[in-house]
Write a protein that binds this ligand. Structure first.
Ligand code: MTE
Ligand code: MO
Length: 537
């Protein structure tokens, strides 16, 4: 009789092979049961948990979750295998076990969105094949094998089992891809993705990629980062000229596309295809409805390009979850005008292919032509992670309002609860005015502090900077605005001998409102408070 340890090991290998199976077959359907499990966990968890995870792990949060689930699956299998009551690797049980695994895998793929029965049968069979082959092969030598795993001679069937199972699966998969899947519509969409939908490898860019680095005239003697998220870059330079807005550590006027922050609830983003994509416009409070294609957007007479600053509601004071891009699109209201709203539409609901939804009051959309359906970013198409082919953009509101991967726009006669609204985030999501310090540089006897400031739909009137923790303030120099909806860059230069400075900044908008010093966390309505940082320079 095999020891619990041996049976646990066998079950663990079985589970690992199953993970390999579902991963290998995932590209056939474009879905992965593990990702779907992660997705379900994320969507079922309270908003603060997801936000905290993103805050701590950043873009690694979702891969870490998928990794933990894999480890969990293997650990659970080892425990089950070792349990004397669940002895699945016996002659009587092996067929039942494989059958259950097959059904379970088919169910997982089904849940993940595979509905074609042929596709389901093929993918589930392939996914289970490595484990099944392994099970059947070791079952033949079961008595020997389970009797003594430490005997190297007797370990051979296990290794043989794994090798044959893997080789068999890859061979079948290759054959199936070349035969059954050829010409099948469902598969075509995931196989021949246009390059724009390819998911950028997460973590290939860092937020600092958007920051200016030293130039030859701007020789950096010392470079360090400060603050809880490395927000402020402190440098000493041999340059002698005037400070511009582009000295080391300052963010670029327009964030390069690959440094634009990415936030969404998805483990795997929706895949979109330009040719087959349509956007439906209609709803219960519309007198009609119609479908838009990508070409209708590009050729639209009201197409405009605007620099727009996006900020995530979970950004902390001085944080990096913001970006400024040149977005090209069409006012949302001109797309809605065509369906002649009936008497009392309440909300304009935008729905996405990933199940995400957002809503804005109809009144708001009617009065704000800057609410746009965007199909381009920085002179190119919207990249995969930013919601192509078209997404919403609501300037002055936190990023959550800006639905990515748009599927439909609906005029609704009822009040709609949005995805994050259902998780207790503020649905209005008006961006709180902010000023952040980004870069401090010494040039000889002068010190420049610079950063970014935004007052949402109001214009920035002035930015004030204090180097003594808020005792005395001076006005910073503001860069010319590039548009009504983009944050401004600022800098303040003073004569200063080396030592410690306690930098604080605040913005004042054109209505005369001074940014509040009251500190509040991101949840539920976005962070507030003055950005403050102590620097030895
Ligand atoms: N479909 C969809 N749209 C979405 C989200 C999402 O999870 N799914 N996340 C929102 C949030 S919270 C933010 S901050 C912005 C981020 O947009 P970006 O990734 O293009 O910077 O997208 C918003 N739109
Ligand atoms: Mo967000």
């Amino acid at each position: 009789m095999a020891t619990p340890a041996t049976r646990g090991l066998v079950a663990g290998i079985g589970a690992t092979l199953w993970l390999v199976g579902v991963t290998v077959t995932a590209p056939l359907t474009g879905v992965h049961p593990l990702f779907v499990t992660a997705q379900v966990l994320i969507e079922a968890s309270p908003g603060w948990l997801a936000a905290t995870a993103i805050e701590i792990f950043g873009q690694l949060a979702q891969p870490l979750l998928v990794g933990s689930i894999s480890v969990g699956v293997v650990a659970a299998s080892v425990a089950l295998g070792a349990c004397p009551r669940v002895y699945v690797y016996s002659r009587d049980h092996i067929e039942i076990f494989i059958g259950t695994l097959l059904l379970g895998t088919a169910a997982a793929f089904f849940t993940a969105g595979v509905i074609d029965p042929l596709m389901l049968a093929v993918t589930a069979t392939l996914a289970v094949a490595p484990t099944a082959l392994f099970g059947l092969l070791i079952e033949k030598d079961r008595e020997d094998l389970l009797g003594d795993m430490t005997d190297s001679y007797r370990r051979r069937p296990v290794l043989k089992g794994i090798a044959v199972a893997l080789a068999g699966t890859f061979a079948i998969r290759t054959t199936v891809r070349a035969t059954i899947l050829r010409g099948s519509d469902g598969a075509k969409e995931t196989r021949d993705l246009p390059p724009m939908t390819e998911k950028r490898k997460r973590g290939t860019t860092t937020p600092t990629a958007a920051l200016h680095t030293a130039t030859s005239t701007d020789k950096i003697i010392q470079k360090e980062k400060r603050g809880e998220e490395g927000q402020v870059i402190v440098t000493e330079s041999e340059a002698r000229g005037t400070f511009g807005f582009d000295y080391a550590g300052m963010p670029a006027l327009i964030t390069p596309t690959d440094a634009h922050y990415v936030i969404d609830k998805n483990v795997a983003n929706p895949k979109t295809n330009l040719e087959s994509w349509t956007l439906s416009v209609g709803g219960s409070a519309a007198s009609g409805g119609y479908e838009l294609e990508f070409d209708d957007l590009v050729g639209h007479p009201e197409s405009v390009e605007r620099p727009i600053t996006m900020v995530c509601i979970s950004n902390s004071v001085g944080g990096r979850l913001l970006a400024t891009g040149r977005w090209r699109g069409i006012p949302l209201r001109s797309l809605i005008d065509r369906v002649a709203p009936t008497d009392e539409p309440m909300d304009v609901i935008t729905r996405s292919l990933d199940g995400y939804s957002e809503a804005l009051p109809w009144e708001y959309v009617r009065e704000h032509s800057e609410v746009m359906l965007a199909y381009g970013l920085n002179g190119a198409r919207v990249p995969s992670e930013h919601g192509p082919p078209a997404r919403l953009l609501v300037p002055g509101r936190y990023g959550m309002k800006s639905t990515k991967w748009l599927e439909s726009v609906e005029l609704s006669s009822t009040d709609h609860t949005s995805y994050w609204g259902a998780r207790d985030w503020d649905e209005e999501a008006v961006i709180n005015m902010f000023s952040y310090v980004r870069a401090v540089q010494r040039r000889d006897h002068r010190v420049a502090a610079g950063g970014v400031a935004f007052a949402g739909l109001n214009d920035v009137q002035s930015v004030e900077v204090s180097l003594d923790g808020g005792e005395t303030w001076r006005k910073a120099k503001l860069e010319e605005p590039i548009g009504e909806y983009a944050r401004r860059r600022w800098r303040s230069v003073v004569e200063r001998s080396p030592g410690e400075i306690d930098v604080v900044t605040r913005v004042i908008d054109t209505t005369g409102t001074v940014q509040t010093s009251k500190e509040s966390p991101p949840h539920p309505s976005g962070s507030t408070g003055w950005h403050r940082i102590t620097i030895d320079i």
